[in-house]
Write a protein that binds this ligand. Structure first.
Ligand SMILES: CC(=O)SCCNC(=O)CCNC(=O)[C@H](O)C(C)(C)COP(=O)(O)OP(=O)(O)OC[C@H]1O[C@@H](n2cnc3c(N)ncnc32)[C@H](O)[C@@H]1OP(=O)(O)O
Length: 455
């Protein structure tokens, strides 16, 4: 594995920040490594696996890989987008189900598809401030075991009945039920404020930016080819542990082709004036999976003789007004990245790798097109001109969500671990520092971005 040992003095005292050891300024947070279970198309291998089982498996793989049995970490942070109410403490329950010390604190957070990256931002910030020395960030999501809600009418009747003190009062509550009240509400990908699915929103953005079907299919094909090559080269050998008999992401189609992709019928944007171009092949599939990433201070890692892949440098989030404004739902990373670059004195050309979440092939393409467009950058991003072009050979070099699948909250951890390992390998190969930019769009017009650098 291409890793370097961090410098720094060793201290094993505790796994939350040692007494008297709180640094006066901000210190580095480093990425030790990641672990995920292979991602699986909804309804297949993990059809009866819960979020908790999947996240525990991802966590346990990390524990095994880095010898963390019995270790009291500073905190485990993560979440799920589609979550049963019984899973209010999903991450803590997963910690209790793992062989980490039960004294490891944990909490759930959620920011749609950016959940895993937001978790990493939180963990790295606590480490950088000296509030803790180590932590895990991650997430899990299952479409197969998604919660099914009841209608508002049935919910109110059930609540009234559960509070009723007599049989008569309970029967009175049930008498209020109407036939339509028993229809189950299954979760979807619709935006509450517009009623449009994320695919329909992105179809509007795709048309606005004039992104062609061919360009989307080419990007989808590249995602499958790159992911297949990465699996074949052993890149994921120390990033993934098998689960339920699955050893590779089962959405990966090494044998797909431009011809096959071109033959698929459009599924989103069919009511628009422009020809619909978004298909099952150039959209992420509905997916089950989980991921976890171990972050720490350099001293904590050195004290345990653990390798370090990269430094978590900085992060920026953004939101766009897709409800009243004209900006596309999934364009927030286009806004976050210029702010992140400016704060760090960097340009797009300073990155060796760009990991841009492939919610749809066209989310990558519209984001890249936006940064190249001087008018957009001036009017929407407040820049003096175009942010710049990206060398496409640096984008998602080991595949991304189109091929791997996209279990919402687990995607951030997959991307972060991939980026960290890429920069570590590149730095080891060239002897020069390497840097990656991470960009994740999310429901609600949200986006999270981050920079990781080799150590
Ligand atoms: C911030 C964000 O991340 S936003 C994104 C959030 N996620 C989403 O919105 C999920 C979007 N995706 C979806 O809703 C669904 O996956 C859909 C609607 C696109 C497709 O759903 P389905 O129709 O069930 O997909 P399905 O897997 O059956 O694929 C349809 C066909 O395309 C084929 N296909 C799909 N991908 C490929 C490919 N890469 N190469 C060749 N064929 C393919 C399938 O084999 C299937 O063919 P068949 O009908 O002959 O069996």
């Amino acid at each position: 594995m291409a890793t370097r040992k961090p410098s720094g003095s060793a201290s094993r005292a505790t796994s939350s920040a040692a007494p008297g050891a709180r640094p006066s300024g901000v210190r580095d947070a480093v990425i030790v490594g990641g672990n995920r279970i292979p991602f699986s198309r909804a309804g297949k291998k993990y059809a009866d696996a819960s979020n908790q089982e999947m996240f525990t498996a991802a966590l346990e793989g990390l524990v095994a890989r880095f010898g963390l049995q019995g270790e009291r970490l500073g905190e485990v942070v993560g979440g799920a987008v589609l979550k049963h109410s019984r899973d209010f403490n999903l991450v803590r329950e997963s910690v209790l189900g793992s062989s980490l010390s039960p004294q490891t604190p944990a909490f759930d957070l959620q920011q749609a598809c950016a959940t895993g990256l937001e978790a990493a931002i939180t963990v790295s910030n606590k480490i950088r401030l000296g509030q803790m020395d180590s932590g895990v960030a991650g997430g899990a999501d299952t479409i197969s075991d998604a919660p099914v809600a009841v209608s508002e009418g049935l919910r109110r009747v059930l609540l009234e009945a559960s509070h009723a003190k007599t049989l008569q009062a309970r029967l009175k509550a049930f008498a209020k039920l109407r036939p339509g009240d028993v229809k189950p509400l299954t979760p979807g990908t619709d935006e509450p404020r517009t009623g449009l699915s994320m695919g329909e929103h992105q179809a509007i953005t795709t048309a606005r930016w004039g992104i062609t079907r061919e360009a989307q299919d080419e990007l989808a094909l590249a995602s499958h080819q790159h992911l297949a090559a990465a699996w074949d080269s052993g890149f994921f050998d120390d990033l993934v542990t098998p689960f339920r008999g699955l050893v590779r992401d089962d959405n990966l189609r090494a044998d797909t082709s431009l011809e096959k992709l071109a033959s698929l019928k459009p599924v989103f944007g069919k009511s628009l004036d422009e020809p619909a171009s978004m298909t099952a092949g150039n959209s992420t599939p509905l997916t089950d999976g989980a991921s976890a990433v171990l972050l720490a201070s350099a001293d904590w890692a050195a004290a345990r003789d653990l390798p370090v892949l990269a430094r978590f440098v900085d992060a920026e989030t953004a939101a766009v007004d897709f409800v009243h404004g004209h900006e596309g739902l999934l364009m927030a990373p286009a806004h976050a990245v210029p702010r992140l670059l400016a704060r760090n004195g960097l340009t797009l050309a300073d990155f060796d790798f760009l990991e841009i979440h492939e919610a749809f092939a066209s989310t990558v393409l519209t984001t890249l097109a936006a940064w190249e467009d001087a008018d957009y950058c001036k009017n929407e991003l407040g820049l003096s001109g175009a942010l710049g072009s990206v060398d496409r050979a640096k984008v998602n070099v080991n595949g991304s969500s189109l091929a791997a699948g996209h279990p919402f909250a687990a995607t951030g951890g997959r991307i972060l671990a991939t980026a960290a390992k890429l920069v570590a390998a590149k730095a080891a190969e060239t002897g020069q520092p390497a840097r990656a930019l991470i960009s994740v769009c999310a429901a609600g017009g949200l986006g999270a971005t981050a920079i990781v650098e080799s150590v």
